[in-house]
Design a protein around this ligand. Structure first.
Ligand code: SF4
Length: 257
């Protein structure tokens, strides 16, 4: 039994009356025990020791997804990877999902969808993104992801602090909706990602070379101009910066997811 599992077995995380308080205590213990590890060792600890068979990775198979997925493949190729298929993705993204999973030998990529009944009721014409993008993200991203995460105690996200001002403070460990969320790439820089991808010869999303630095749904993704945040092309012209899987209940952006 690993170090952290011993802590849990000893009951040190239990006995608190408030489940949220218990999760915050768990975050503090995780930071103290694992916060100094390098990225691959951190992922290894989470997958093998802390949350064996209880953790998933959420990936948009976007512009920067290959680095996290390659790191994961070095640890365990069988960890569930959740891809939220909004039915609004670029065709290039779905092909990239399949090509990258094959190249890295990932065996459990799960495409999750919104409930067809919910789609018929709320967005029968598929044009909700034009009228109410928050609701569109809720039914196409947040709700399906929340449902898919029900069987897991923790999940791994690829968000980075440099991606946008709204992500400048993301911690490595956080708690959300009663689960632990791990952001192992939080402090990676664009140069780190580029160097890693080059060193390992990683397959790149085909739209990156066309100027898309953050890739989500086709109607809500634009090219990024020089000097802009990587996520500046997401929901351009709309007062919206995240989809709701991260943060208040339910954002799934993509590269971060
Ligand atoms: S990113 Fe756009 S199309 Fe995709 S779910 Fe959100 S609002 Fe809908």
């Amino acid at each position: 039994m690993g170090q952290y599992s011993s802590i849990r077995a000893a009951g040190l995380l239990y006995g608190m009356e408030d489940p949220e308080q218990e999760k915050y205590a768990e975050v503090r213990i995780l930071e103290s025990r694992f916060g100094q590890l390098d990225t691959v060792d951190l992922i290894k600890a989470m997958v093998r020791d802390v949350f064996p068979d209880q953790i998933a990775v959420v990936s948009s198979f976007g512009a920067e997804s290959a680095v996290l997925l390659h790191l994961l493949s070095q640890v365990d190729k069988n960890v569930p990877i959740l891809f939220v298929d909004t039915k609004k993705h670029f065709g290039e993204t779905k092909k990239y999902r399949d090509d990258l999973a094959k190249e890295l030998g990932l065996t459990d990529v799960r495409s999750i969808h919104l409930d067809p009944k919910r789609e018929r009721e709320v967005d029968p014409k598929g044009t909700l993104f034009m009228r109410d993008p928050d609701l569109c993200c809720a039914i196409r991203k947040t709700e399906p992801l929340n449902a898919a995460l029900k069987g897991f105690n923790a999940w791994i996200s690829g968000r980075k602090r440099f991606q946008a001002a709204s992500r400048a403070d993301i911690p490595v460990f956080e708690t959300e909706e009663g689960r632990i969320k791990v952001n192992p790439l939080a402090d990676w820089t664009p140069a780190d990602l580029t160097a890693y991808a080059k060193k390992h010869g990683l397959l790149s999303h085909p739209l990156v070379k066309e100027g898309y630095l953050s890739i989500g749904c086709m109607p809500c993704t634009d090219r990024v101009k020089a000097g802009e945040d990587a996520r500046a092309g997401r929901w351009r012209g709309v007062a919206k910066i995240e989809c709701g899987i991260h943060g208040k209940g339910i954002e799934a952006d993509g590269s971060g997811i």
